[in-house]
Design a protein around this ligand. Structure first.
Ligand code: CUA
Length: 151
């Protein structure tokens, strides 16, 4: 037999959980905020690479590892849309792109994905913001966004 006060707490917990889920869906759909996606793991993501799908559509497979990101330099033209697929070969690393509101975790055995558009030229630093050992503060990469050469 459940006590009445327990039932009340269960109902309140249910309501709060629904509010929480609703607020995430609201942020995603109405405010157009991109949530990082978690994809099924696959060995192909352990190979760092930059794939050009179209003149300004790219996929970048980023592999974090003590204490570097690969690829360390990513060159793309202005106006590019990039899908980042992120994983780690060892411990948990962070993945933060300056000025882009991107904050992901690189996790061994897991893939996180987010999509970013680069409308302004410049050098966008990527840093690891999750303490990962003695080389943590040197763990960086960069995205170089430039106008396509006229050649
Ligand atoms: Cu990798 Cu801190």
């Amino acid at each position: 037999m459940i006590d009445k006060s327990e039932i009340r707490i269960l109902i309140a917990t249910g309501i709060i959980t629904m509010l929480f889920i609703f607020s995430i869906l609201y942020a995603k759909n109405s405010k157009n905020i991109d949530l990082p996606e978690c994809l099924p793991y696959n060995k192909t993501y352990e190979e760092p690479k930059i794939v050009k799908l179209d003149s300004n559509i790219y996929q970048v497979y980023v592999v974090a590892q003590m204490w570097q990101f690969q690829p360390a330099q990513i060159y793309i033209p202005v106006g590019s849309t990039v899908d980042f697929y992120l994983t780690s070969k060892d411990v948990v690393h962070g993945f933060d792109i300056y000025e882009k509101n991107v904050n992901m975790m690189a996790v061994y055995g897991g893939i996180n994905k987010t999509t970013v558009k680069f409308d302004e030229p410049g050098v966008y630093k990527i840093t690891c913001h999750e303490y990962c050992g003695v080389g943590h503060q040197n763990m960086q990469a960069e995205i170089i966004v430039n106008y396509p050469s006229s050649k």
